[in-house]
Ligand binder design. Structure first.
Ligand SMILES: Cc1cc2nc3c(=O)[nH]c(=O)nc-3n(C[C@H](O)[C@H](O)[C@H](O)COP(=O)(O)O)c2cc1C
Length: 353
């Protein structure tokens, strides 16, 4: 049921034998949609990609195709679900499997008010038996792995025993993979953004989970921003998940197939990736009228740290260019690739608008 779009030709030499969870890009609401994942897949063939959270309500009462459709090239791709009713989660998990997702993940880490009102996300950590029931309901109806993403604690509950007992209880229901955001969620008084920054990171608790549950797959998440840091975490746990850094600095992904999966690195240049995205924008527009800027917004980090990147980015995010076809926007953006002098760039940019 996923759609196929052309991708630049590449050769995959061998299939690695590493855990699929060794390196992944985090689920991020409004960010890791299918367009973003298509872009990330151009940069890395083996990194596991997660969807944004999709609530069970959206699937039982909403447009299933809109929430679940994805491009065939995105594999391996995991569907993250938000919900707390075992029956609804079972239905949603089955739908996810039928649509072709490689994994179903349950969100037990989101602290937003909206999610708390729905009594799911991070507040589920207070009711491990309910999470176990949810996991069991899903495991009973799908063959793909059912995994859980969670925090190390909620509010002032910061003992190791709390997260250990959560993992133990949920593992007994059939979950073998835990992705742990290594900070507490504070359910009162902090915004979701602050909840990704303010509660301190405590990586050592996640390492201890791996020691205490050697048969489970434990992946770590939170504040990891470099290949060096990923390597050092992999000394202690089975996998690393990156969120914001992968989004803001996506070229990092091009190192991962080689560094972490022992596979050939991507041979595509930034320019080839950008052009492949232009092809994709044209296809998406032809398929369902998707505007190019809904796709281009995810690739604004492609030239992160390079000369002229600011001006290149300004072209791809310029509202005045929305009526133009993407290939024209692309050719305007090329004027700024490698540009050195900001004055020269700004005056050219004035002409763009
Ligand atoms: C914009 C945004 C949206 C997010 N949405 C979700 C989500 O839908 N589900 C989820 O489990 N985590 C979500 N997160 C949290 C990330 O998955 C991740 O746990 C968090 O950003 C910490 O990892 P990092 O420090 O590598 O970014 C979101 C994060 C961001 C920045």
């Amino acid at each position: 049921m996923s759609t196929t779009l052309p991708m630049p030709k590449r050769t995959i030499h061998t299939q690695h034998t590493y855990s699929p969870w060794r390196v992944s890009v985090a689920p991020m609401m409004d960010w890791t949609d299918r367009h973003c994942r298509f872009f990330h897949r151009l940069l890395s063939q083996h990194t596991l990609l997660y969807t944004e959270m999709v609530t069970t309500g959206a699937l039982t009462h909403g447009d299933v195709g809109r929430h679940l459709r994805f491009n065939a090239q995105e594999h391996p791709v995991a569907l993250q679900l938000g919900g707390s009713t075992p029956d609804d989660l079972a239905v949603a998990a089955k739908l996810g499997q039928d649509w072709g997702y490689n994994e179903i993940n349950l969100n037990c880490g989101c602290p937003s008010d909206r999610v708390q009102r729905g009594a799911f996300g991070a507040c589920l950590m207070a009711t491990p038996v309910l999470v176990a029931d949810c996991v069991k309901a899903m495991v009973d109806v799908v063959d793909v792995p059912v995994t859980v993403k969670h925090r190390i604690g909620i509010d002032t509950e910061d003992s190791y025993e709390f997260v250990r007992d959560f993992v133990g209880t949920v593992a007994n229901a059939g979950c073998e993979v835990f992705i742990v955001h290594a900070r507490n969620a504070w359910l009162q008084g902090l915004s979701p953004k602050q909840n990704r920054e303010v509660p301190p990171l405590r990586y050592e608790l996640v390492a201890k989970l791996k020691q205490d549950f050697p048969n489970l797959t434990i992946a770590i998440n939170g504040g990891i921003t470099s290949g060096e840091h990923m390597h050092s975490q992999l000394q202690h746990v089975d996998g690393v998940m990156l969120g914001r850094e992968a989004y803001y600095n996506p070229w990092l992904l091009t190192e991962w197939d080689h560094e972490f999966f022992g596979e050939a690195p991507t041979t595509l240049t930034r320019e080839e990736v950008e052009l492949a995205m232009v092809d994709y924008m044209e296809q998406a527009a032809a398929e369902d009228g998707c505007p190019w800027y809904a796709i281009a917004r995810h690739m604004l980090g492609l030239r992160h740290g390079l000369r002229g990147s600011r001006y290149w980015r300004q072209v791809w995010s310029n509202h005045k260019l929305k009526p133009l076809p993407p290939r024209e926007v692309w050719s305007m953006a090329q004027a700024f690739v490698g540009m050195q002098a900001p004055d020269q760039a700004s005056s050219s940019l004035a002409n763009v608008g």
